[in-house]
Design a protein around this ligand. Structure first.
Ligand code: AGP
Length: 610
């Protein structure tokens, strides 16, 4: 989704900003732009990649203050005019914006009545003109004008603003869209994502909603919406540059798929005592009583994280014996949910910035529920607003299609379910010990699957041009079927559906003929017989079966046209293994089709609008 980078210091601002924008490319965008202040305002912007913008910069006057943006269109088509930065009428003020201004048409009407002219279809241009109007009419400073303007605005924003009459400052403001200040030596950066500043500094200050900052080369002041100066904590970033590079892989997605053995080991480190069969999750120890006595768990998330949540539903009900509801975060608050202080909500989010998930979190908190986070990005808004939580420690996930975050989320949810089960004594110590032992072996087993990646590549080569795919699973394999289908459609643009295997006969079976590849995930023992019947139903209609099986599942192997075997494991842990071949299948198909694997069309890595 949209990205913001700002720089003020001694370096050429355009170089730092372009570097930062490149780091943000993974978030998904359709156009890019930059504004440099150096006596005058220099703005370059246009549809397309940051590389196109870079080519335009030879004609820009050098300067040490500037702001840049990657846009993911919400209001107005992705084109040169609608790209950010947007400017005021006098060409002195430039502004970049993430988020949506909901009352922009009312504000625009008023500004037109005052004589302002608009050139774009965006909601953002209204902000540029509105702030400028306060400087001109009220003789406000830039900071005061931003305060005044934002009092009139309804909506969400992460904002960066520069003005030629206030040449040694950048103003930043946040409501609902992340922003952080990077503190350097005689230089300051501003960004919507830490990856854009990590090359220059490891010290950051996260802005909270309602805050406005005035950023100078050697200082910054953060104020509340009421103009009160705030003391902000300086956080240390733990992002290494290497983690943000492809390290020899052709795509981030492939790198991240292959990182999974290490990611799961990191995620388990210090949390599992295999000898004692003991689970320690420091992040939720303080709320364990509440979890043990929870009347109900509500898991809210979006996309892949929602699929992890579905695995969580099986885990918590099966192991911890707590009733679970898994909610699309986007639907949660609009159906007046019945939730109170006896409930516990778990929000699952890789980025920790997903607007729908954040809205569900706030709704649950406002009704008195305890809210826990299962989050990847340290210091993200969701991580900061939850009452407690467990980080998944997957490292930066750059590929838009989530892979390692899914397996790390499922790992953390497994640990949480086991830990509650241990406290509630809903699972015997002996069985917990066996589960813990098996969990510790998961990284090695993922490694074994990855060693056979060519086998999946061969299957992918045969199905590259299939127009549709069906994915079927039962029990723990059902969320994996959904995730497999989502991965394929996201990066290869092939229409794919995930279904509970038995549900197929209630409709989708009508689609099956000799052209339809059906991926069956047959890796849970207790549903195998029923799964075999479902596979027979597909076969009877000439569907082409690709099966993910456990080693001794000869019955399914014989029925399938292609079978890929995962190492032996327990049903509860099977999603951590069965998803790997499906990630690889979608990857190889997308590469064969010439798709932009890491930045698929129309998608954004972190969806910060509702
Ligand atoms: C997954 O491949 C996605 N691109 C998407 O569905 C993602 O999982 C969803 O937007 C939720 O993101 P989050 O985990 O950062 O909250």
């Amino acid at each position: 989704m949209c990205g913001i980078v700002g720089y003020i210091g001694n370096k050429q601002a355009s170089e730092v900003i372009i570097n930062g924008l490149k780091r943000l490319e993974y978030r998904g965008y359709d156009s890019a732009g930059i504004a440099i202040v150096n006596g005058e305002l220099n703005v370059k912007k246009g549809k397309g990649k940051v590389a196109n913008l870079e080519k335009m910069l030879s004609s820009v006057r050098k300067g040490t203050v500037g702001i840049g943006h990657t846009r993911w269109a919400t209001h107005g088509a992705p084109n040169d005019i609608n790209s950010h930065p947007h400017t005021g009428q006098r060409n002195k003020l430039a502004l970049v914006h993430n988020g949506i201004i909901e009352n922009y048409s009312i504000l625009k009407k008023k500004l037109i009545e005052q004589g302002y002219e608009f050139y774009s279809d965006t909601d953002t241009e209204v902000l540029a003109k509105l702030i400028e109007s306060f400087i001109e009419n009220n003789k406000d400073s830039l900071l005061e004008a931003v305060h005044h303007a934002l009092h009139q605005v309804t909506g969400t924003y992460g904002l960066a603003i520069v003005h030629t009459d206030f040449p040694n400052q950048i103003i930043a403001a946040r409501k609902g869209s992340p922003l952080l200040i990077g503190i350097g030596e005689d230089e300051m950066l501003l960004a919507s994502d830490a990856s854009a500043v990590a090359e220059y500094t490891d010290k950051v200050v996260y802005l909270d909603d309602g805050e406005i900052a005035i950023i100078k080369k050697d200082s910054y002041i953060v104020e509340s919406a009421e103009h009160i100066e705030l003391t902000k904590e300086v956080h240390e970033l733990a992002l290494s540059l290497e983690e943000m590079e492809k390290s020899g892989y052709p795509h981030f997605m492939l790198k991240e798929i292959f990182e999974q053995p290490k990611v799961i080991s990191d995620c388990l480190r210090g949390r599992l005592d295999v000898e004692q069969g003991q689970i320690t999750l420091g992040g939720i120890e303080g709320v364990m009583d509440k979890l043990v006595n929870a009347k109900r768990l509500i898991i809210a998330a979006c996309g892949t994280s929602w699929h992890s949540g579905l695995v969580g539903e099986y885990l918590f009900e099966h192991l911890a014996k707590i009733p679970v509801e898994v909610e699309y975060a986007s639907e949660f608050r609009y159906r007046e949910p019945l939730i109170d202080e006896d409930d516990v909500m778990i929000v699952v989010s890789q980025s920790g910035e997903t607007a729908d998930t954040l809205a569900a979190l706030r709704e649950a908190k406002s009704k008195g529920a305890l809210v826990l986070g299962v989050v990847n990005v340290v210091g993200s808004t969701i991580a900061r607003e939850t009452d407690a939580g467990v980080y998944i420690h997957a490292g930066p996930e750059i590929g838009v299609a989530s892979t390692k975050a899914f397996t790390a989320q499922v790992t953390v949810l497994t640990l949480m379910a086991l830990s509650i089960a241990q406290h509630k004594k809903t699972v015997s110590p002996k069985r917990i010990k066996t589960l813990v032992k098996e969990l510790a072996l998961v990284p090695e087993k993922i490694g074994e699957i990855l060693e056979h990646h060519e086998k999946i590549e061969k299957i992918a080569n045969l199905f590259t041009y299939a127009p549709n795919f069906l994915y079927l699973g039962r029990s723990y394999s059902f969320p994996v079927a959904l995730e497999g289908a989502l991965k394929l459609k996201e990066i290869s643009y092939i229409h794919a559906e995930g279904y509970p295997a038995a549900e197929m006969k209630h409709g989708p079976i009508a689609l099956i003929d000799e052209m339809m590849p059906v991926v069956v995930i047959a890796a849970t023992q207790h549903t195998n017989e029923k799964m075999v019947s479902n596979i027979e139903e597909v076969k009877a209609r000439k569907g082409r079966i690709i099966a993910i099986i456990t080693p001794d599942n000869n019955e399914v192997e014989d029925l399938a046209e292609f079978a890929f075997s995962i190492p032996e494991t327990m049903d509860v842990l099977s999603p951590l293994l069965t998803v790997i071949p499906l990630q690889l299948l979608s990857y190889y198909i997308a590469v064969n089709r010439g798709c932009d694997v890491d930045q698929p069309r129309n998608l954004a890595k972190s969806v910060t609008v509702e």
